[in-house]
Write a protein that binds this ligand. Structure first.
Ligand code: KIV
Length: 279
């Protein structure tokens, strides 16, 4: 049985930190699950790291459903949360409920959406139909064009107060957790101490109840953007390129494939074939 929402909520009560990692495909999701990561997040960051878009705006529901299905086939132990992409929940509550339902049918246990107080009504409507929701405040990549852009949030008293209010309203609306993206670590700590639900930080300091990273950032496989908060645990892109260069050389010099990598005919059959062909 995989982890449940209640397991994740209990981790905060038991003061155990929650590990979250993004996942979009079967192979990497299987490894994340095997490593015991608590939550797999099918983030709309897929738009950038999987599909090569400049930002998350173009991501569609169909794409998020496909990634969610792939990850759900891989996971055995982790909780699976999927992002509602841009314009799949903002225009109407009906859209929000229908699209949340699509992600659940694709295999997610819960959905995540961006926004604070303005999304409270939408959150409670989704929760009311029985779909768990995770909030996401601070830097909200789907609307960076409208807000302050890719900047640390909550550096002044006013913006800090707004973030605290956002977190409280989301909690009242029924979210089971909140992602805090690029919020000053002091404000992230205050929010984490204020709400009873887990906070999952990304670029928001060590005092959140858990942490999330984009898996390609952690593995050092995505080089277009290197945010300060995204610790690269390895430089996989370098290793991958080097390995592919080795493969290319082996193909060119007929070192690959070798005897171990190919299949042979039965010798008698080969003899008969040669006789028939007169060779
Ligand atoms: O889409 C995403 O990857 C996210 C996390 C980084 C929080 O929303």
């Amino acid at each position: 049985m995989h982890k449940t929402i209640q397991d994740i909520v209990n981790m905060k009560k038991e003061k155990r930190k929650i590990s979250v990692i993004t996942s979009y495909d079967y192979t990497l999701a299987s490894l994340c699950d095997k490593a015991g990561i608590d939550v797999l997040l099918v983030g709309d960051s897929a738009g950038m790291v999987m599909l090569g878009y400049e930002n998350t705006i173009p991501v569609t529901m169909d794409q998020m459903c496909m990634f969610t299905e792939a990850v759900s086939r891989a996971r055995k132990n982790s909780l699976l949360v999927s992002d509602l992409p841009f314009m799949s929940y903002q225009a109407s509550i009906e859209d929000a409920i229908n699209n949340s339902g699509r992600l659940i049918k694709a295999g997610a246990d819960a959905v995540k959406l961006e926004g604070g107080t303005t999304m409270a009504e939408t959150v409670s409507a989704i929760v009311d139909v029985g779909i768990p929701v995770m909030g996401h405040i601070g830097l909200q990549p789907q609307t960076t064009m409208l807000s302050e852009g890719y900047k640390v949030q909550g550096k002044t008293k006013e913006t800090a107060m707004k973030l605290i209010e956002d977190a409280k309203e989301l909690e009242d609306a029924g979210v089971f957790g909140i992602a805090l993206e690029m919020i000053s670590h002091e404000v992230a700590q205050i929010i984490s101490e204020t709400v009873n639900i887990p906070t999952i930080g990304i670029g928001s300091g060590v005092n959140c109840d858990g942490q999330v990273l984009v898996v390609q950032d952690l593995l050092g496989m995505y080089d277009n953007i290197r945010p300060k908060f995204a610790k690269r645990y390895m430089d996989l892109s370098e290793d991958i390129v080097k390995t592919l260069e080795d493969y290319k050389k082996d193909v060119e010099s007929c070192i690959f494939p070798a005897k171990d990598n190919w299949f042979s005919m039965n010798e008698d059959e080969l003899k008969k074939l040669r006789e028939q062909l007169g060779s």
